[in-house]
Design a binder for this molecule. Structure first.
Ligand code: IGP
Length: 256
């Protein structure tokens, strides 16, 4: 049975082929903002490093935020103390768009990761062209050669790469790359179940010197404090914040 990731990747390859054939002229972006550096600075100052996600919808939940307003959410996240933004740009499964990233980044001073499915180094150039400061590398989606190629393109563009893993084998493959920014996705891509214990176990066996980001299914300050007891001080949170009327206050309640 094909997983949701298999289906997304198939759609993405077709989309990328189309976009490559019709490149969009764009104004030059401003210089990259240090993404990993912003997370590390928050943690060095004794706080939590939050990547706050601008997410309209997801394949498992459908529409999350009816009054979706990327620049307003970006300002609210910054005011609430987030270190970085994540903006979903995948159209078919997450109702995202590049224009959301462009608008969100212009509305604040935070570094922004383009949350999308990289299958081709060309997408990394496109990500920088729309202003992204970092890209996501999903280990489960790529072979080792593809990962290295996409990472090299990111380094070439002066961007950071967040390398996403789900298990010990993927972590081992991630550690063969140069990036020392590792996301542990608590959400099982096949079942959509969230298991925080798996993240604790994984990080316990990791070598020192990496910045770990716990991703998905985190909702309360208590969730973050529990993660911190296991040595994880950075978090990627979308839905729990996007469902709040007062996004800035909710962000402050998590990391303020
Ligand atoms: O909305 P949540 O449960 O806080 O999860 C955010 C983020 O982890 C999730 O959007 C995500 C993690 N990895 C991804 C890869 C692609 C798309 C989305 C994701």
């Amino acid at each position: 049975m094909p997983t949701i990731l298999d289906r997304i990747l198939e759609t993405k390859r077709a989309e990328v082929a189309e976009r490559k054939a019709q490149p969009q002229p764009r104004p030059a972006p401003t210089a990259p903002r240090g993404f990993k550096a912003a997370l590390d600075a928050k943690v060095a100052a004794g706080g939590y490093g939050l990547i706050a996600e601008i997410k309209k919808a997801s394949p498992s939940k459908g529409l999350i935020r009816p009054d979706f307003d990327p620049p307003a959410h970006a300002r609210a996240y910054q005011a609430g103390g987030a270190a970085c933004l994540s903006v979903l740009t995948d159209r078919d499964y997450f109702q995202g768009h590049e224009d959301y990233l462009i608008a969100a980044r212009a509305a604040c001073a935070l570094p922004v990761i383009r949350k999308d499915f990289m299958v081709d180094p060309w997408q990394v150039e496109e990500s920088r062209a729309i202003g992204a400061d970092a890209i996501l590398i999903i280990v489960a989606a790529l072979d080792n050669g593809q990962m290295a190629e996409i990472e090299a393109a990111a380094i070439e563009q002066g961007m950071d790469a967040l390398v996403e893993v789900h298990d010990a084998h993927e972590l081992e493959r991630a550690l063969a790359l140069r990036s020392r920014l590792i996301g542990v996705n608590n959400r099982n891509l096949k079942t959509f179940e969230v298991d925080l214990q798996k993240t604790y176990d994984l990080v316990r066996h990791a070598p020192a010197g990496c910045t770990f980001v716990a991703e998905s299914g985190l909702t309360t300050r208590a969730d973050l404090d529990a993660m911190a007891e296991h040595g994880i001080a950075c978090f990627l949170i979308g839905e729990a914040l996007m469902r709040q009327d007062d996004v800035a206050a909710a962000t402050r309640a998590l990391v303020g």
